[in-house]
Design a protein around this ligand. Sequence first.
Ligand code: ATP
Ligand code: MG
Length: 365
Amino acid sequence: MSEVVLRGIRKSFGNIEILHGIDLDIKDGEFVVFVGPSGCGKSTLLRAIAGLEDITSGELFIGGKHCNDIPPSKRGVAMVFQSYALYPHMTVAENMAFGLKLAGMDKHQMKEAVDRAAKILRIEPLMERKPKELSGGQRQRVAIGRAIVRKPEVFLFDEPLSNLDAALRVQMRIEITKLHRDLSSTMIYVTHDQVEAMTLADRIVVLSYGNVEQVGSPLELYHHPRNLFVAGFIGSPKMNFIEGKLVAASDESATVQLADGSMIVTAVDAREGVPGAKVTVGIRPEHWAFDTSGNTLSGEVIAVEHLGEATMLYLQAQGALEPLVVRADATHDAKVGEKISVHLPPGRCYLFNEAGAAFRRVKTE
Ligand SMILES: Nc1ncnc2c1ncn2[C@@H]1O[C@H](COP(=O)(O)OP(=O)(O)OP(=O)(O)O)[C@@H](O)[C@H]1O
Ligand SMILES: [Mg+2]
């Protein structure tokens, strides 16, 4: 069993606290992805699990074993970093075997472990090459191979694909999914890439300033973000936010007056909302509609991007904190400078109170 349990993990560098008490239960065989803005503590948390950083306070258990004081090599974890850091003078096979050799494994067992990993990663024909004779994706596979040979119970990945080009990332993402299926080890993966997070994760952990904001399946986070931070972080392009004032509230809808005077109905349980209070309406770029009247917002088109499969419109509207992003059909023919109205389907809207907490959505159209 290789579940990973974090209880009140705190980490300070000098007198600056970076992690403020992280609680997390990662199940055996689960694929968990950490996301969050740069500097929020993702790598620090991963390194603390690996044992590469001491924990200031709190408790860490791996496979039921209290690990705070266990050295990294005895924790049953292997970490794959963003920079592959392969030894340039060694062949692929030697690079993969290096850690095992240091650990004193006999030659026969070592070869068996390396061959098995090479087969899983489909790098058998590359075994006698030096790192400089490999592509980025192949090097990253060797770095993963170096982790696999150690037969860890838990794999830790810190942005392993961020040095690769877009096509290779897609290919490696699929490889990692397959690897998880084949090895069924627990995997903890840090990424900045929304698509990687959404497609790889059983559960995503959203971090901000060393705190956990929300933990949930990718679709839970997409449909039911707990607060403005998570709502703005999950989804790309990000959710649009429009400030307004709550004018009517019930257990199945809330009516919000926007800065331009327009009234927007949202399908949320707003029993706790106070009429007159400041609120924020959220709607994702992919959820606006054009063919319905009412519940609309007007804005001036300030930019149009034709992506081939869709057209992205950027609108300047009163009350919107940033230009609104609207994903429209590929054939949409709006022109810069034009004033247009866009419809907000009530069931597609999110609503947040002044403190940023989300009202529960009562349906998702
Ligand atoms: N060894 C260190 N000494 C002092 N401060 C550190 C050290 N390592 C990290 N920090 C600080 O801790 C904070 C969290 O860093 P961390 O590397 O965990 O962020 P991250 O979420 O991985 O960011 P990124 O997405 O940019 O990789 C940052 O403010 C960083 O400056
Ligand atoms: Mg990092």
